[in-house]
Design a protein around this ligand. Structure first.
Ligand SMILES: [Zn+2]
Length: 336
């Protein structure tokens, strides 16, 4: 049996759709009713779902969802952008994102924080290098708006920028203030006075804000990530279990991001707005989708439309497809 599925918008006045609706309602109790539970069978309908010759003894809807999620996760994990010199401890990032999950309904502030983290994570925060990629026409002369070094605003520039020189030590102190009570809660031992914890934090983050340890930490933190080396050292230093160490490091990451946003990112955004105003760049100019992307979407959409029309024409006229050398057969639409 060949089955073609095509999605029709509900209640769209499509006669066949209305008919299917009526049928679906009326057969609820009859034995022609089809239920996609894997263990459902009756005298009329007998089936057992199989995937690659393995029986699916699992809710079908859930199975398809899991299958799709696995595919997306697999594709994501092999992206070049996820290759790092030292491997990333993804559990920490996951824990951080999970903290803000579901908050979007009750707290606008937390919702925006989640968006901010997500943008950092996906390397999509609109810093100079990203702006230049998205809108080369508008931002071709854009350099860091907060110092006079005339430098491209890359992620690294946030660390070395003169305007931030005095801010990073403040961020580091704030991170330490945030973390001391959290660590005391996680490892409730009399040895853990605030002074000792601060010293230990200095051990893992470096005692000066501009040393390599702290710079390396911040560079990755601006992508909402921590590498496995760092998490190993932290685990040893604080004598924590794996799961408690993840909680600790997710808090450290969060603290770093919160203070970065407040002390560095927001002033930077104000400076960027002033830069745009001085050049008469309007909101409308920024909102338009980039011309390149626009062209890309249009052409790919049109390409697939033409391809479909061509196939339809070949099929109707019983012609041979020049690409495949075969007659065009009826095919299920992609995505069905
Ligand atoms: Zn700068």
């Amino acid at each position: 049996m060949e089955l073609i599925l095509e999605k029709v918008k509900g209640h769209s006045g499509d006669a066949m759709n209305e008919m299917a609706d009526e049928l679906a309602k009326s057969t609820g109790n009859s034995n022609h009713y089809f239920n996609n539970r894997f263990n459902y069978s009756n005298r009329t309908v007998r089936f057992f779902p199989i995937f690659k010759q393995i029986p699916i003894e699992y809710n079908l809807r859930k199975f398809i969802k899991t299958l799709m999620n696995t595919r997306v996760a697999a594709e994501w994990s092999i992206l070049k952008t996820n290759e790092y010199e030292t491997p990333i401890n993804w559990n920490i990032t996951w824990n951080l994102i999970y903290r803000y999950k579901g908050f979007n309904c009750i707290s606008v502030k937390k919702y925006w924080h989640l968006i901010f983290i997500t943008k950092l994570f996906a390397k999509l925060l609109p810093i100079g290098t990203i702006l230049l990629q998205k809108k080369p026409n508008i931002y071709k002369d854009f350099v860091c708006p907060r110092c006079n070094a005339n430098k491209e605003e890359s992620r690294y520039h946030f660390i070395e920028c003169d305007a931030n020189k005095k801010l990073w030590p403040i961020i580091k102190n704030k991170m330490q203030d945030d973390l001391v009570p959290i660590i005391q809660k996680l490892n409730d031992s009399p040895e853990n006075s605030s002074k000792i914890i601060s010293e230990k934090l200095n051990q893992i983050l470096g005692s000066q804000h501009d040393n390599n340890k702290f710079t390396d930490f911040c560079l990755l933190a601006l992508e909402a990530k921590i590498n496995t080396n760092f998490s190993k050292i932290s685990k040893q230093t604080f004598g924590l279990s794996e799961s408690k160490n993840i909680l600790l490091l997710a808090s450290l990451l969060d603290s770093c991001i919160i203070h970065f946003k407040e002390l560095i990112w927001l002033p930077r955004c104000n400076a960027t707005v002033a830069w745009e105003k001085a050049r008469n760049i309007r909101r409308k100019d920024k909102l338009n989708r980039s011309e390149n992307m626009d062209r890309y979407y249009k052409s790919s959409h049109q390409n697939s439309k033409h391809l479909r029309q061509d196939k339809q024409y070949l099929k109707e006229n019983n012609l041979i497809d020049s690409h495949t050398g075969r007659k065009v057969k009826n095919q299920a639409p992609i995505g069905a």
